[in-house]
Write a protein that binds this ligand. Structure first.
Ligand code: AMP
Ligand code: MG
Length: 422
């Protein structure tokens, strides 16, 4: 069974048995183990996949000494001391991919382009802007140069035998470039966990069916399936399940067999939790939590057979807040990589914000940069957990910490820009 640690709040008696956000995150993460299995895939498909085997370099990169700039390859023994000058004769040209053949003798220089192999006998590249061309085949060098300047040495980026990327790395664009620079075109990545998504509720309509008064179109599956595309996971859309014990049980039983994790929305609030609880108790080991978070207080979490289960609240904003707070870090861990670091900013609020101590609040905000370079934030307006347009209007969460009370205009608040999440 998953342990719970209630956290008391100082002001709101209804939050007395609620878990803090940090404690809920900790308990969820402590429960997750990475899926097993890996596959070898072509490198161009490996973006945002999780590396299953370390990448060990079979080469020095660069593999040869080459020019870092366009200029003249010379030997440092020919460089004059300060206040002196020297004349060097140009004996040829080296281009990237087309080396100069033959050694450089004292008093000679080779015209060289960026990336070209350093000719035998040269150890320094003089930037073309730093020398004076006297004749077609002669340059004048002043005494301001250092031995070895503008040369990229073999292995200065990567040494042969070095582990350049570790197992568990979430592959980002530069990693693909790095692997490619070693000449590899395939890579071993971890299997993507399969995540099933479903919506519950008799009031939900499918898109494409006519509107019926008193009902509403299901939006949560679309928000969740969209959010999941950023993650190294495969998704299954289980559609809408009505508020019916048997139908819910059948859907969850099937999803527990085919998925590594199941995410449902709706049906965990106090009024509806009873039959959901009965179904989940029959199929697995689920805890119903009250988390001291707004929006998003009710949350169910545990195991459904072999699968993880996240029962998110029904309200559309609460779904996204609880997804980003609890589900996203858990799914990265399930996929075999550490949850990514979410950069936050401190911003000055241009309005007073209502806030009760004893819960963490995720208000939707609009973050702007003033002409003199300060971050400012204001809310998107009404903050109800059903106001999904606030997530589209806003560009960040204003995160008001557990112990914090009302916020005055001009105070500093923490924001999570959506760009880092979505
Ligand atoms: P529940 O948690 O099932 O009590 O739902 C709370 C609120 O969220 C109700 O107003 C529901 O109509 C709404 N809701 C639940 N599921 C969805 C959904 N999939 N899409 C949009 N709204 C939903
Ligand atoms: Mg419902």
């Amino acid at each position: 069974m998953i342990p719970t640690v209630p956290q008391a709040s100082c002001t709101d008696p209804s939050e007395l048995d609620a878990l803090s956000v940090i404690e809920a995150q900790r308990q969820i993460l402590a429960h997750i183990q990475a899926v097993l299995g890996s596959e070898k895939i072509p490198l161009p498909f490996a973006l945002r996949r999780v590396l299953a085997r370390p990448i060990v370099s079979s080469l020095d990169v660069p593999s040869f000494a080459n020019a870092a700039v366009d200029g003249f390859a010379v030997h440092s023994g020919d460089l004059p001391s300060s206040r002196q000058t020297a004349k060097l004769r140009i004996i040829g040209e080296a281009l990237a991919g087309h080396p100069f053949i033959g050694p450089l003798q004292p008093g000679q220089a080779v015209r060289i382009m960026t990336g070209a192999l350093l000719p035998e006998g040269a150890d320094t590249v003089l930037m073309q802007e730093h020398v004076q061309r006297l004749e077609a085949d002669q340059i004048l060098v002043t005494g301001h140069h250092c031995s070895g300047e503008n040369v990229r040495l073999p292995g200065e980026d990567i040494r042969r035998g070095e582990t350049v990327l570790s197992e568990g790395r979430l592959l980002l664009p530069p990693d693909l470039g790095l692997i490619a620079s070693l000449g590899q075109l395939e890579v071993w990545v971890k299997r993507k966990p399969v995540i099933a998504v479903l919506s519950t509720g008799d009031e939900l309509l499918s898109q494409g069916t006519p509107y019926v008064p008193g009902k509403l179109y299901d939006s949560n599956r679309f928000s969740l399936l969209g959010a999941l595309t950023r993650l190294p996971v495969e998704t299954i859309d289980l559609g809408i399940i009505p508020d019916d014990e048997e139908r819910l049980e059948a859907a969850l039983r099937e999803s527990a067999d085919s998925a590594d994790a199941v995410i449902s929305s709706g049906g965990v609030s106090v009024g509806e939790a009873d039959y959901t609880k009965r179904v989940l108790a029959r199929l697995g080991d689920i805890q119903f939590w009250k988390v001291a978070i707004k929006p998003g207080r009710p949350l169910a979490f545990g195991r459904l057979g072999q699968a993880l289960f996240f029962g998110l609240p029904g309200n559309p904003v609460a779904v996204l807040v609880t997804f980003y707070c609890f589900v996203l870090p858990a799914l990265y861990r399930l996929a075999g990589t550490e949850p990514p670091f979410i950069p936050t900013l401190s911003a000055e609020t241009t309005q007073p914000l209502r806030k009760k101590p004893g819960r963490t609040e995720f208000q939707r905000g609009i973050l702007t940069l003033t002409p003199d370079g300060r971050w400012q934030v204001r809310t998107t307006g009404r903050q109800g957990s059903g106001i999904l347009s606030s997530m589209s209007l806003g560009n960040c969460f204003i995160v008001l910490e557990h112990g914090r009370g009302p916020v005055a205009e001009g105070e500093s608040v923490t924001v999570w820009p959506f760009a880092a999440l979505m």
